[in-house]
Design a protein. Structure first.
Length: 378
């Protein structure tokens, strides 16, 4: 039986200022490496953003190198594919993944074309992230040409097929906004397994698999599981996918609190004490929104008291919004709808008083500006 492990979207060096959030990503990466070593696959795929930025810290690089060396020493063949976060913006800049190029059993894939990595029983057809949109589209359209008949064929890439209910009727790469044709996706069904990174939620379309990031990177992902895939092929190249749980720090988005009835911080804190079970928030990353604050509370709002109330959480993200009455809404609407007239009138005064070349048509310039402003504000 041929066993392959598949992870992606590590984002080492992602942090929250003033916290040790960065450690969560190192710890989960460490867990995965330990787990992979215990499962003893023949191959390991990282179709991901290894680092959160193309120029990571020395700490992030050192952590990654030490873990990959452990896999290499266990004679696990590792495929590391470049993602959008690690691809340099300029072609003359050295890719950070090249720090691994001399590590045995590590196969680094980056650049502007499809590359294959071959072994006696499997071919990995790899399409890394490419900044040039049209070139990416062109390379993707040829991927099935690289398949071979006498091996297991895996396709590895890093892009996002937008979907609706797992039906690929909306085909746009979210990274480059390139339109991906249905034929491009359907040719992927010819591969035995397709490992794609970038989207942090697990789902699959037939043999095309997205899994998870190794930690939540935003509150949009707070309900996502944190796992990785173990793929086992039998002698007939039929496969099963095991989803292995890693766990993660809790991210909790508390409800929006309507503060329109509260005049003081004391009243607001009493509400929090009565309605929030702080025990469930311990060690979590928490978000809370205070809405409709009237003038007295908005002026006297004390963030320190809120942070003290949530002292057992790992991190608290606080936002507050003041109450806007109907009169203010009416004034706001008037200001919004009069922006075009206001700017045009001031520009007219400016251009009539400013000395310009006699061949320049002031009226044509004014008409062009007015047309563009209407597009912006309307």
């Amino acid at each position: 039986m041929l066993k392959i492990t598949h992870t992606w979207d590590c984002h080492l060096w992602l942090t929250i200022s003033g916290t040790t959030r960065e450690e969560d990503f190192y710890n989960n990466f460490h867990k995965i490496i330990d787990d992979v070593l215990a499962k003893k696959p023949k191959y390991h795929i990282d179709a991901w953003d290894l680092f959160h930025q193309a120029t990571p810290s020395n700490r992030a690089i050192a952590e990654a190198v030490s873990w990959y060396v452990r896999l290499a020493e266990a004679w696990i063949q590792v495929i590391i594919l470049d993602g959008n976060h690690t691809t340099p913006r300029q072609s003359t800049t050295t890719n950070i993944l090249d720090v691994f190029k001399d590590v045995p059993n590590l196969h680094i894939v980056h650049g502007d074309k499809i590359q294959t990595v071959d072994f006696d029983d499997i071919r990995f057809t790899c399409l890394p992230h490419i900044n040039d949109q049209e070139l990416f589209r062109k390379e993707l359209s040829t991927c099935s040409d690289y398949m071979v008949g006498d091996k297991v064929n895996l396709f590895v890439s890093h892009f996002w097929i937008t979907t609706k209910d797992n039906e690929y009727d909306e085909l746009t790469d979210e990274i480059s906004w390139v339109n991906i044709l249905k034929s491009d996706i359907e040719q992927l069904f010819q591969f035995d397994y397709v490992a794609i990174g970038h989207y942090h939620k697990n789902f699959n379309i037939k043999n095309i698999y997205y899994a998870w990031s190794i930690e939540h990177t935003s509150f949009n992902q707070k309900d996502y599981d944190i796992k990785y895939n173990v793929i086992s092929f039998d002698e007939k190249n039929k496969y099963e996918v095991e989803k292995v749980d890693i766990g993660s720090r809790k991210m909790i988005d508390l409800w929006k609190i309507d503060c329109s009835e509260y005049k003081s911080m004391g009243e607001l804190l009493v509400y929090l004490e009565k309605n929030i079970d702080k025990r469930k928030l311990k060690g979590a990353i928490v978000k809370i929104d205070f809405m409709n604050m009237k003038t007295d509370l908005n002026i006297n709002f004390d963030g320190n008291l809120v942070y003290e109330f949530f002292s057992d959480v790992f991190y608290i993200n606080v936002s507050k919004n003041r109450f806007i009455d109907e009169k203010e809404k009416e004034i706001s609407w008037y200001i919004d709808t009069s922006k075009t007239d206001y700017v045009v009138e001031n520009f007219k005064d400016f251009i009539e008083s400013y000395t310009v070349d006699e061949f320049i048509d002031r009226w044509e310039i004014q008409k062009e500006l007015e047309g563009k402003l209407k597009k912006i504000f309307n």
